[in-house]
Ligand binder design. Structure first.
Ligand SMILES: [Zn+2]
Length: 955
């Protein structure tokens, strides 16, 4: 699933069979002695929480499901027959069910032998021996708190195979979960409805009584009774379609492969297809509401490129018979990987090829690659339980990076994976972070697992592991893991075992990776002063961004790699004195790696040594230059250098690889906030803009120009604005407003960042005038302006605009046709700063004019921006209960997260007081993180504000 809204000690446990002195025998004993931080969720489950899991005495094998939705009254009727095995005699069958009325339940024995589910079970064989004896349910207990239905039978059910039958009714809800309704307007402004499903993590139980846990895999045969003009789409292709006596169409789908309940999909409505294209033998179609079909062509052509690349990487055939990509007007998440029927928020799938931005095209491609990777990693092989959710999501995130880098190398997704690392660290540097693997006992905790730790940190440690073991071993391990557990479930340990086996036992992957997965946070590596001919001292400790954070005993086995920055070409990277570098002994593994040119090959050359102790050292011989201690930024750790070395590395900034510069910029920014280096250090790096050539690095530096803005006062603001203009205008002169033929795609991002910062924080009059002129041209004709500039133009106009511009943007939002335009204009309303206009945008939230899925993002935008945040916070507090009622329950997390940007102590107190008594659904951790972020902002603001202002003025 994609959740972003656009958008873990031990010693050297590297086992090298070829090494005479096995490091395992030397160091294995230390692993238990190493302290591990306690994960934020305790491991002791209460009896009540444990009872939320279903007993394993009854196990489903196959579901026959039929649904008849009523899109006038927003209800549905369903019936099901579940083939199941009774593994131990019982008179109670416990299933998950929520907000369903169940009737006519009965159970019939098919066979007295509980057959293990076949890998590809077929439908119900009602002629099986012993079939026939039916027992009606004596009572049904519906426990809405536990979301369970207990079906009691008078006689005990002996072990064997049975068919459980029942009927049920439910509501097509507005919560965007389970089986829900979605509304849209046609070109004439008339309302239409469709119904759709979103099951992950635990909402299949809202559509049908089910064994709604990922480990209960079964096959599904789904039918739908629909209006004849409607289309029904599910996981499998249509088997038959017939008219019934009521004039309705009965659509019966083929049986699915074995899969988890959270992957069931059924979408019914007036849906229109693009053409169908075949990729690697798989028919692929994009579906939209009527009139938007042509907007699906980009996604279709991208999917056609992605599928063969991923199938080749995994070395396993795509597990479905077809692939539908469905754009839904209302959708709570970004996208969902239902086997064979991936659903998307329509603004994240549909792109106008002429007016769509490069950014949106990249986003759509990346989300498609993520969801399609899930068809293997998640759908074919599924985590056993939600505590291992990261297995699904981290891998899909990392695989999307690899896939898009292959089909669109000009976008440099591999280099951008450092951005993923930087983002993950921004969450993981909090004291309130959690381990990647966390206990999950109830649905709310399962939902909270969808965060930056699961996705971005997970993907980042997979990248670190891949660099450490080599790409070839990593890929073989993934292939073997998927083959071994196909159509079944697996755990984190299974993945580590498979990758270790792929190295022929040369690398003890489980011991290297466990602390990264089971322990929260990540390390800071501090290097002593680097002096030629001397010993370089290293220290690791858990890194916290809060300057007043408590200490920690945690340690990690850190894959440490050095880049030598100096004149001496013969200089070798330092080797840790206490450990055995595997850069020579593991040379076979490394030399077998693919040796493509560019970024990919540079990643393969990282040395394979582990910094595993709190303190270590290495000798420095004959080095004129300096060591950068995170080669290619592949390591999930920050590095602090002695101040003279910081200066040397800064001076040699251009000798670092692009990935290293991106990691260095992030580390320096963070370390200054936590008070571990000088406040001025990151500010000095802003001046690198004058020599920097790399587009990715330049864009990141330009983005950092806004970081001093909230710290300025009326005295320092003019100097800040002058500083922004002085440094960004030369870039503007080079780039201009118009894209040049043949320029790299990433130039557009840089142009966007430069113009946006000049027209807003820099208050450059010329840029504001140009943006305003282009804005008027754009409002007259959306296609008259370079689409990549539109977000900047709108941002600049709103930042500087008044009532007239507000009215214009508001009107453009109401009349927008393309989902991207609608979303963009709506979000622009949150960029107006004048209090009266902020008030108008706030009034929209409860007006019924903004979709439930979009309203939280609009409020979040207002809470994030410096100028509107206090007004938005007052509104949020005053209208909390109304917002809770109107916003989709899961989306309140977004509102809580947006509270991270406050800076003043008085705001911190207000937020703490409020959230102490007002709970955010599924948002306990989001609130804790937001409050800690505000606390960090307050500490930084109080300690650094004077020095930042002074530095800016001195420029
Ligand atoms: Zn996902």
């Amino acid at each position: 699933m994609t959740f972003r809204k656009i958008c873990c000690s031990i010693s050297l446990l590297l086992v090298l069979a070829a090494v005479p002195v096995c490091p395992l025998s030397v160091f294995a004993g230390t692993s238990s002695a190493v302290a591990t931080d306690v994960p934020s969720r305790g491991s002791k489950k209460s009896a009540r929480e444990a009872s939320l899991r279903l007993p394993k005495t009854v196990v489903p094998v196959h579901y026959d499901l039929s649904f008849e939705p009523d899109l006038k009254n927003f209800t549905f009727q369903g019936k099901e027959e579940i083939v199941l095995n009774v593994e131990a005699a019982t008179s109670i069958v416990v299933l998950n069910a929520a907000q369903l009325a169940i009737s006519d339940a009965s159970i019939a024995i098919m066979s007295e032998t509980a057959l293990r589910p076949a890998k590809q079970a077929t439908g119900i064989d009602k002629k099986a021996p012993g079939a026939g004896t039916t027992q009606h349910v004596s009572s049904i207990d519906l426990d809405e708190d536990r979301e369970q239905a207990k079906l009691h039978f008078k006689s005990s059910l002996k072990t064997g195979r049975y068919v459980l039958s029942c009927r049920f009714t439910g509501k097509l809800n507005d919560d965007l979960r389970g089986f829900y309704r979605s509304a849209y307007l046609d070109s004439k402004g008339r309302s239409h409805y469709l119904c759709a499903t979103q099951m992950e993590p635990t909402d299949a139980r809202r559509m049908f009584p089910s064994f709604d846990e990922p480990e209960f895999k079964a096959t599904y045969q789904i039918s739908a009774v629909i209006e004849p003009e409607f289309t029904a789409i599910s996981n499998a292709p249509i088997a038959t379609k017939e008219m019934n006596t009521n004039g309705k169409a009965v659509v019966k789908f083929q049986t699915t492969p074995k899969m988890s309940s959270y992957l069931v999909a059924l979408i019914i409505g007036e849906l229109k297809p693009t053409r169908t294209r075949i990729a690697a033998g798989v028919p692929i179609t994009v579906w939209t509401t009527p009139g938007k079909e042509q907007l699906g062509e980009y996604a279709l052509s991208t999917a056609v490129e992605v599928l063969p690349v991923e199938q080749k990487y995994f070395g396993i055939l795509y597990p479905g018979k077809k692939l539908d990509l469905i754009a839904l007007p209302d959708f709570a998440w970004g996208a969902m990987e239902n086997l064979g029927a991936i659903t998307f928020r329509e603004a994240l799938l549909l792109v106008d090829d002429k007016t769509g931005t490069n950014f949106l095209k990249r986003t759509v491609a990346s989300i498609e690659a993520h969801e399609m990777a899930h068809q293997w990693f998640g759908d074919l092989v599924t985590m056993r339980w939600w505590d291992d959710l990261w297995l699904n999501e981290a891998f899909a995130t990392w695989m999307a990076t690899k896939t898009i880098d292959q089909i669109r190398p000009e976008w440099r997704f591999l280099a951008k994976s450092v951005d993923t690392r930087n983002y993950a660290m921004s969450e993981d540097q909090l004291q309130s972070t959690r381990a990647i693997h966390a206990d999950v006992s109830n649905p709310a905790q399962a939902i909270e697992m969808f965060d930056g730790i699961t996705y971005e940190k997970g993907a980042s440690i997979l990248r670190m592991l891949e660099c450490f073991v080599t790409e070839k071993i990593f890929q073989k391990g993934i292939h073997d893991y998927l083959c071994r557990h196909a159509l079944g479930n697996a755990s984190t340990e299974d993945l580590w075992k498979a990758i270790a086996a792929a190295s022929n036992g040369a690398i003890n992957v489980p011991d290297v990776m466990r602390p990264w997965v089971y322990q929260p946070g990540f390390p800071l590596v501090t290097l002593g002063l680097q002096k030629s001919g001397q010993e370089l001292k290293l220290k690791q400790e858990r890194y916290f961004e809060a300057a007043d954070a408590r200490g920690s005993e945690a340690l990690w086995p850190i894959p440490l790699s050095f880049h030598v920055l100096g004149q001496s070409t013969s200089s070798r990277a330092p080797a840790l004195n206490s450990s055995i570098s595997n850069s020579s002994s593991n040379s076979n593994a490394h030399s077998n790696a693919a040796s493509n040119s560019g970024e990919a090959s540079r990643r393969q050359k990282t040395a394979g040594q582990l910094l595993a102790f709190r303190h270590d050292s290495c000798s420095i011989d004959n080095v004129q230059g300096c060591f950068f201690a995170n080669k290619d930024g592949s390591g999930f750790y920050r590095v602090r250098y002695a101040q003279p070395d910081f200066k040397t590395i800064s001076d040699k900034f251009d000798l670092l690889s692009a990935e290293e510069r991106l990691a260095f910029l992030s580390d320096v920014q963070a370390l200054a906030v936590s008070g571990k280096i000088e406040v001025e250090n990151p500010l000095q790096l802003l001046l690198k803009i004058r020599q920097e050539k790399d587009l990715l690095v330049l864009t990141q530096i330009v983005d950092y120009y806004q970081s001093p803005y909230p710290l300025m006062n009326s005295q320092s603001m003019p100097a800040y604005q002058k500083f922004v203009c002085l440094n960004l205008k030369p870039l503007k002169q080079r780039l201009g407003w118009q894209a040049k033929a043949g320029e790299p795609d990433l130039t557009r991002d840089l142009r966007d960042a430069v113009l946006r910062n000049l027209g807003t924080y820099g208050q450059d009059k010329e840029t504001i005038a140009e943006a305003t002129s282009l804005y008027h041209r754009y409002l007259n004709d959306f296609r008259s302006v370079n689409p990549d500039l539109v977000p900047s133009i709108l941002k600049i106009v709103a930042f500087n605009g008044g009532e007239k511009e507000y009215e214009e943007v508001h009107a453009a939002w109401r009349s927008a046709k393309a989902p991207e335009d609608e979303k963009r204009f709506l979000q622009t309303l949150a960029d107006f700063k004048h209090p009266a206009l902020v008030a108008r945008t706030l009034d929209l939230l409860l007006s019924g004019q903004v979709r439930g899925q979009d309203a939280p993002g609009l409020l979040a935008g207002l809470l994030t921006q410096y100028e509107s945040q206090n007004q938005a916070w007052d509104y949020t507090r005053a209208n909390w209960s109304k917002l809770l009622k109107l916003f989709p329950p899961m989306s309140m997390r977004e509102v809580a997260s947006a509270c991270s940007n406050f800076y003043r102590r008085i705001d911190e107190e207000s937020l703490r007081t409020f959230f102490a008594v007002h709970k955010v659904p599924f948002g306990e951790s989001a609130v804790t993180r937001a409050l800690e972020n505000v606390h960090i902002n307050v500490l930084y603001q109080e300690s650094a504000v004077a020095r930042v202002r002074q530095w800016v003025v001195s420029q």
